[in-house]
Design a protein around this ligand. Sequence first.
Ligand code: S3P
Length: 170
Amino acid sequence: AGRGAHGPAVVLVGPPGSGKSTVGAVLARRLGCTVRDTDTDIEATAGKPIPDIFVEDGEPRFRELEAAAVRAAVAEHDGVVSLGGGAIMDPETRALLAGLPVVFLDVALAEAVRRVGLDVPRPLLAVNPRQRWRVLMEERRPFYTEVARAVVQTAERTPDEVARAVLDAL
Ligand code: S3P
């Protein structure tokens, strides 16, 4: 992948369980492009799953890999870019997102916890997921809002409806 000619078509941000992966796939199909997911890129670079990176190398190392993955993704990918839920806590990452078509997928606690319960393990939500999610969201909401050009509510919408709302918002 060389440098993207146009930059990302959409950058999805939001907490775990907001539907970034599912909605990203729908958006890519509609736009005729591909999704670049920073979590996937980090796992490829590290050569191991995210939970193993947290346990063996620590969260600070994960965040370093994440900042580099976001930098590469927004520089190189013209399609949909999906960021891990905590990526926006890094000030340099937030600066990088300025001017890009960033959409914050907002979701309520009960719905998010229901979704992540069905999904791959998240080290930060491994213990007491409801309480952990609530605290993370309180801390992060200002930053999701700061980087976003648009906020899309995902409550009681299908992935197709959310994707439509994302495209309408941009
Ligand atoms: C994290 C979210 C995860 C992944 C890692 C840390 C977070 O991505 O990057 O487990 O800090 O919220 P998703 O948002 O795709 O779950």
